[in-house]
Design a protein around this ligand. Structure first.
Ligand code: TTP
Ligand code: MG
Length: 406
């Protein structure tokens, strides 16, 4: 049976989230990326702004010159992450074969699901409607027998589009399009192919494979197949997380007890928030330390009962830290905390205990506020000390290991 793959991509995602929250912005040229007098580039431009030539990646100053009436918005990542999670949750209602590709983009394998919705096309209409009703966002959907054609179809249908390519029509659908419309063909390959007289996907598809490979190497094989509308790559749901950790290197090696504890507390809260976001609990807590001489140790503790509480992660980490510090007096260069042995939250005996229940309610309230206003919108007493040390963004502290500030 021919597969049916959907590619769903939200239109002008960051901008549309802002417009959904502030309807006065609708129908106007809007840019998310920052103020035009700052350095930086456009992250997302509304379709009204695109009429003036604005696009993602363009310097803000250029954007403001081309379209002085555009409204420039700084943007806030937690908002977009929240919208993305709700978007993916809607898609997950339609098929378990869901592969998120980025915040606003996913593949869905819906092979054999026709009868549930009448047709795959009707299913796409329902998805678009739910995204609009529940999130106030518009999505574009491409449907085809494989990923690449579905993605091209979604892209071509934008904005607010829906385009289905029937089985057997993949090649003729792609043929008239410019080679740059084929995912994976960048500026360099475009120039090279253009110099060979290849401008459309159809020309690429009929080019002898050996000739193509002699110019672009092994990569030629893949783009040749894609140009012919052939793509059997599977829709792969993300593999379940096995562990979650956060770590940071200090600006200067330290023995400062309050700094170590405050940092450990902050990292524990980030791990806890991630754990709760994934609706998991952990059985194991691991502390990682790197000393001034670069020796790195990890110390692990298995909890009596699985947990997702910041308190438990922090206190377990603190005990491990105190034990390690009693053995080794060197200054510390890096500290990290992680959890593993993740399990589905079960019925907690401890929850009968009303103080644990109150703590759980408090944590949930804090998570909600942080999701909305950024991680540092609420801080616990211990981490306030970090204000003096790390630059703060709405998102959280910018730790010295940027990739791990998440
Ligand atoms: P895209 O889906 O590429 O763009 P878009 O949703 O803004 O517009 P389109 O209707 O064409 O899909 O990217 C999704 C979001 O990712 C986008 O809203 C902002 C962010 N992004 C960046 O931050 N930087 C970038 O260079 C790009 C391309 C996207
Ligand atoms: Mg998009």
């Amino acid at each position: 049976m021919a597969r049916r793959i959907m590619h769903i991509d939200l239109d002008a995602f960051f901008v549309s989230v802002e417009q959904a929250l502030k309807p006065a912005l609708k129908g106007k040229p809007v840019v998310v990326g920052g103020r035009p007098d700052r350095r930086g580039v456009v992250a997302s431009a509304s379709y009204e702004a695109r009429k003036f030539g604005l696009h993602a990646g363009m310097p803000l100053a250029t954007a403001s010159r081309l379209c002085p009436q555009a409204i420039f918005i700084e943007g806030s990542f937690p908002k977009y992450r929240g919208a993305s999670q709700r978007f993916m949750a809607i898609l997950a209602d339609f098929s378990p074969y869901l592969e998120p590709v980025s915040l606003d983009e996913a593949y869905l394998d819906v092979t054999g699901f026709e009868s549930i919705h009448g047709s795959i096309r009707q299913m796409a209409v329902t998805i678009k409607q739910r995204v609009k009703d529940e999130l106030g966002l518009s999505a574009s959907v491409g449907i085809a027998s494989g990923k690449v054609v579905a993605k091209v179809a979604a892209e071509l249908s934008k904005p607010d589009g829906l385009l289905e390519v029937a089985a057997g029509e993949e090649g003729s659908f792609l043929a008239p399009l410019a080679i740059t419309q084929l995912p994976g063909i960048g500026k360099k390959t475009e120039r090279l192919l253009n110099s060979l007289g290849i401008n459309t996907i159809g020309q690429l598809a009929t080019m002898p494979l050996e000739v193509l490979k002699s110019h672009v190497g092994a990569f030629g094989e893949l783009i040749h197949r894609h140009a012919n509308g052939i793509d059997d790559r599977k829709v792969v749901p993300p593999s379940p997380t096995k562990s979650i950790s956060r770590e940071t290197t200090f600006g200067q090696d330290t023995r400062d007890r309050s700094l170590l504890e405050a940092t450990l507390r902050y990292l524990s809260e980030r791990v806890g928030a991630d754990l709760r976001q994934r609706e998991k609990q952990a059985r194991c807590v691991t502390l990682k330390l790197r000393y001034a001489d670069f020796t790195t140790i990890t110390r692990r503790h298995t909890l009596g009962e699985s947990s997702n509480s910041d308190q438990t992660i922090f206190h377990t980490g603190l005990k491990l830290l105190n034990r390690a510090r009693a053995q080794e007096k060197q200054p510390i260069r890096l500290i990290g905390i992680g959890v593993s042995n993740l399990v589905e939250p079960g019925r907690q005996l401890g929850m009968l205990d009303s103080s644990a229940q109150r703590m759980e309610q408090l944590t949930r309230a804090i998570d909600r506020i942080r999701n909305k206003y950024g991680f540092t919108a609420i801080q616990t007493g211990r981490t306030l000390l970090l204000k003096e040390i790390f630059p703060e963004t709405g998102e959280g502290y910018t730790l010295h290991t940027p990739g791990l500030s998440r």
